[in-house]
Design a protein around this ligand. Structure first.
Ligand code: SF4
Length: 340
């Protein structure tokens, strides 16, 4: 394992991608980028990251921003709890550390929304601590380097790999080493068929030597996603459309949505539902379908586009312009708006 350190650092120095959050090692910047990058691709994060930092340039601005502004900045990124935890952590940093990001691993780990991976990334990149940032990418690399068939979803495997990595973290280059591992996992040692021909640590990789790289890592079987039928309503009245706020708790909590009910309604039942909301439907224009996939659930949606005589029904009736700027609408509903 010791042999991979120099090879990986030299490769990273030549091959690191230029990414907006790599321009400095300011903890706030690294923190925001790492939270955004959880469950989201680099290409998608870049624009969000720059917009977020323009609006909320420091911890104090994040701590003071309204929930509506925060959700709007996060709109489309998904996993909205990440954004709420960011703000909660910013509030805590203002209260406990006078607005200065704490430098100790244990203090960082104790902040809301920060797990061992993010704490390791911030500690190593910003504070040069030998704390590995072990995520799915790093687990995959480790299982291949060691040609190990231990399941990477088992806590004891994560612990073992974390300890093995901590033992080889190069003092003074901890941040580079964390980022080099992340880069290798993102660009070379990718899931499925890795690009071993371009790998700087190929000579030390046991899976490559045994031709087993595509069989690793071993993962636990995933549970099938629950499938839910939903009937969604794009209710239109003049230049306005109806939205409502979701309950604070649960999936997409506190965000806005198009009115919807559980189950697959037919067209007559959909019109009945609109009347049950106290509205007078003039015309069912068309229906649209869209499947949105969350981590544990799939929404199979049929959207009824219906013109109404008047606004009402207890909904918020907004223009499309206001929807763009003021209300955070999850991407699950966006396809129905772009098709209309
Ligand atoms: Fe991954 Fe292939 Fe490099 Fe081994 S040689 S670490 S499998 S990319």
């Amino acid at each position: 394992m010791q042999k991979i350190v120099e090879a990986l650092l030299a490769w990273y120095a030549k091959n690191a991608r230029e990414l907006p959050w790599r321009r400095d090692r300011e903890p706030y910047h690294v923190w925001v980028s790492e939270i955004m990058l959880q469950q989201t691709r680099v290409a998608a994060v870049c624009a969000y990251y720059q917009r977020f930092l323009s609006a909320l340039p420091d911890i104090s601005a994040l701590a003071l921003c309204s929930d509506a502004e925060l959700m709007k900045l996060w709109e489309g990124l998904g996993y909205y709890r990440r954004a709420r935890s960011l703000k909660a952590a910013a509030v805590e940093i203002m209260a406990r550390y006078n607005g200065v990001f704490p430098g100790e691993y244990e203090q960082i780990r104790a902040l809301p929304g920060i797990g061992p991976y993010t704490a390791g990334a911030i500690s190593s990149i910003c504070f040069e601590e030998p704390r590995p940032a072990v995520d799915g990418n790093v687990l995959r690399i480790m299982s291949r380097l060691l040609c190990s068939e231990e399941c990477v979803d088992a806590p004891r495997t994560v612990k073992r790999y974390t300890e093995e990595l901590a033992a080889i973290y190069p003092i003074g280059r901890c941040g580079d080493f964390s980022q080099a591992l992340m880069e290798l996992g993102a660009c070379v040692c990718t899931p499925g068929k890795p690009h071993c021909e371009a790998c700087p640590v190929r000579a030390h990789c046991l899976a490559f030597r045994e031709g087993k790289q595509e069989m690793l890592p071993v993962r636990a079987a995933k549970k099938a996603r629950r499938q839910e039928e939903r009937s969604v309503f794009l209710l239109l009245c003049g230049d306005r459309l109806a939205i409502r706020k979701r309950p604070e708790r649960g999936l997409l909590g506190g965000l806005w949505e198009l009115p919807a009910v559980q189950g697959a309604l037919d067209e007559n039942a959909a019109l009945e539902q609109v009347r049950a909301w106290g509205l007078d439907p003039l015309q069912l224009e068309k229906t649209l379908r869209h499947v949105h996939v969350f981590t544990h659930i799939e929404w199979h949606m049929r959207c009824f586009v219906i013109y109404c005589r008047e606004t009402g029904g207890g909904f918020t009736w907004t223009t499309r312009e206001a929807l763009q700027t003021r209300y955070a609408l999850p991407s699950a509903f966006r396809p129905f708006l772009t098709q209309n």
